[in-house]
Design a protein around this ligand. Sequence first.
Ligand code: NAD
Length: 443
Amino acid sequence: MKVTIFGCGYVGLVTGACFAEVGNEVLCVDVDAARVERLNAGEVPIFEPGLEDLVHRNTAAGRLAFTTDPAEAVAHGLFQMIAVGTPPDEDGSADLRHVLDVARTIGAHMDGYRVVVDKSTVPVGTADRVREAVAAELHRRGVQVEFDVVCNPEFLKEGEAVEDFMKPERIVVGADNPRTVELLKLLYAPFNRNHERMVIMDVRSAELTKYAANAMLATKISFMNEMANLAERLGADIEKVRVGIGSDSRIGYAFIYPGCGYGGSCFPKDVKALERMAAAAGYEARLLAAVEDVNRRQKEVLLRKMEAHYGDRLPGRTLALWGLSFKPGTDDIREAPSCVLIEGLLARGARVRAYDPKAMEAVRRRFGDRDGLELVPSPYEALEGADGLALVTEWKEFRSPDFDRIRELLGEPVIFDGRNVYDPDLLAAKGFAYYGIGRGRSV
Ligand code: NAD
């Protein structure tokens, strides 16, 4: 089948490469000419495990191509997938500028039946706006061709995006006619083989499903962080509590890890956008506001612990940071807790030596050559001349480090563990001061 994908970001590129991998002819289009040029030169501009191989293999086989040409893109695919960004507007609601630009582009060039598939995360009612935008362009051109609009939200996780796309837990399709459902079934058949994963519903429910899923996950994290902060003040260990509640099958172990806050391009913006959507519908979404608020405070929790530990000595101290991406497995630093910590430390006159396996380039782009921030090529180099270590992102390579070497390199043996990866008793035995999240009396 022929598929066009608008947007060569985390979702668009993974979607395009995976559809090509199963035999489709995929054309990916982006307005970012430099990005398309890099892709055409064989360079994959984002890090996602397995993606580079997939892109190379499928471009070589002639099933995957990249362009900036909208006319060529619209002419190519029966399916016109929208996978462009929906960043937060000034008031937190989703900015639909890019989505509607694509809709107008499709309307401006299409000359035969097309299925417009919305993969971007968009507020309830957006499919109607996409339909109107396409129709307005067709009307302007005086052209009469049929098209359908489907909502097919994406649930892949950065860091495991290819795996998630290839083996989805569910494929949500919001459609308002049986013809599009049948076409989407055909398109997704290779990913839907051993049991039925397609969940078919009306368009508005599909649009809300994506926000509800992200808001539920964000709520789980903020809930655990609230419990962790409480555990700390009550002298309990949240890690014991986590196992204690996770063993209840109604709760489960997944996604109940306390830490220094959630980040990324989805949870923060989607919780805010859902809250705005509720407000626009005349409903005050109090839980969502609290989830967001708890997270904003949680991103400062390591800084507060450092202030408490170093007191007046914080200005002039150097902190080593391990992990900068918003979670392991990605180079994405959008809304990452690391960035809040770096800003906070620099603002207090402290210095930062930081290392991340994949996100250094993104941090360099964001902070430029800011005074006080040094990015170093290995975890142990970050410790040289530092007065303490903060683990911010739990990449596997940080899980079992050489603590004796850490102690030798650090000016002061202090570890701030933003992900509760280390054993407090072991670290105490090795002579470290240890600060976790919600672990006993380590406020
Ligand atoms: P991204 O910022 O990585 O990529 C978006 C791409 O779209 C960019 O390359 C941009 O240049 C391009 N673009 C913008 N306007 C365009 C236009 N008019 N025509 C063609 N290309 C255009 O974004 P992303 O992380 O891939 O997210 C895309 C959407 O998917 C968002 O709505 C997001 O909420 C949703 N989503 C993201 C994830 C994730 O983990 N990143 C997961 C599920 C859903």
